[in-house]
Design a protein around this ligand. Structure first.
Ligand SMILES: Cc1cc2ncn([C@H]3O[C@H](COP(=O)(O)O)[C@@H](O)[C@H]3O)c2cc1C
Ligand SMILES: O=C(O)c1cccnc1
Length: 333
């Protein structure tokens, strides 16, 4: 019997009708296969929020100014952002990683200083990163995942904060999912119709600048420092048999890069939710992923990933805490 078949047989023998927990059973099996144990665990979770700024904001791709990134990083460090509230609600450690915020940030116990540079270059005019920068961001992201796992995390949840990053993610999706740019661009943090049309026009110019389709080059041309670090974190977690929870649109674009670079890491990725951002559903389909939740979220920061954590914990508990029907019927409980 394969590992998967024996895990399924274990669930089928439990004191309930076989298959009665639907996709929670699939999730339990996935967790066991990723962690390579019949008794997976998801109690200890770390949310890594990667923060970075984008040169593309110079051309007005976001409704909000770049300075909001730094302001939200301060808010996350003060424990007052939505991600902090959700992390407390579900029980998860929060670590903020400065991947490329366009400001000098004061030291803080919850802040990891990993700045590769202050913001990316403007991808509408030139490659967002150099080869050296993109490689440093990837390896730093892997190091952050490794450090969280070293501290005891059984699950890594990815999140991001970076004004303009839905534009960068749309370009990445366009090139790696091979979908028309208009199908990849959405309102992000909240454009009106004119703002969305302008964003598409700027990104059309960016896309005309390079015909890259190879994942590392797409990341270098169009990505962000926080997107590259999240891709590296997917690699770092997968290498350590640790499930990595993928949040919304921007996070999924990073996972797409990570998976196109190393297809085997797909197995470690758990897709938390279907974002309301236009394009996310198509990107999930391109990855063959069916997310756990569909709540109309479009925030980022890892908020959707945190909301999926209780499902992971229930699925892990299912594997090890439920009696078999044989034991129940034989009066052994
Ligand atoms: C106050 C505020 C808090 C946020 N938290 C996450 N995002 C989200 O919005 C940004 C992406 O949208 P765009 O590409 O349109 O700028 C990212 O920072 C993402 O995490 C926020 C956005 C804002 C304005
Ligand atoms: O889906 C997301 O993660 C998202 C959507 C819009 C803006 N920021 C994040």
């Amino acid at each position: 019997m394969t590992a998967e078949a024996s895990l399924r047989a274990h669930l089928d023998a439990q004191a309930r009708p076989p298959g009665s927990l639907g996709r929670i059973e699939d999730l339990a099996v996935r967790l066991a296969l990723i962690q390579q144990t019949a008794t997976p665990r998801a109690d200890r979770a770390t949310l890594l929020v990667f923060a970075g700024d984008h040169g593309l904001t110079e051309d007005g791709v976001s409704r909000y100014p770049s300075a909001v990134t730094q302001a939200m990083v301060s808010t996350l460090l003060a424990g007052k952002a939505t991600a902090n509230a959700f992390a407390r609600a579900v029980g998860a450690e929060v670590v903020i990683v400065d991947a490329g915020v366009d400001a000098d940030l004061a030291a803080h116990p919850a802040l990891v200083e990993a700045k590769v540079r202050k913001r990316t270059r403007n991808a509408a005019r030139e490659p967002a990163m150099t080869q050296d920068e993109v490689e440093r961001a990837l390896s730093s992201g892997a190091e952050q995942a490794a450090a969280a796992i070293e501290r005891g995390a059984e699950v890594v949840v990815l999140g991001e904060m970076g004004i303009g990053n839905s534009a960068s993610a749309a370009l990445v999706m366009h090139r790696l999912a091979l979908l028309p740019l208009a199908d990849c661009v959405g309102v992000g943090a909240g454009h009106d119709a004119a703002g969305l049309a302008h964003k598409l026009a700027v990104l059309t110019r960016a896309a005309e600048r390079s015909d890259a389709t190879e994942p590392l080059e797409v990341l270098r041309q169009f990505g962000g420092l926080e997107i590259a670090m999240m891709a590296g974190a997917v690699h770092g977690a997968a290498e350590r048999n640790t499930p990595v929870v993928v949040d919304g649109f921007i996070c999924t674009a990073a996972a797409l890069v990570a998976i196109r670079m190393r297809p085997e890491v797909r197995d470690a990725c758990l897709f938390a939710h279907r974002s309301a951002e236009a394009g996310h559903d198509r990107m999930l389909k391109a990855l063959g992923a069916e997310p756990l939740l569909d709540l109309g979220l479009r925030l980022g920061e890892g908020t959707g990933g945190l909301l999926a954590l209780p499902l992971l914990r229930a699925a892990a508990a299912l594997m090890s805490e439920v009696a078999s029907l044989d034991d129940v019927l034989a009066g052994r409980i």
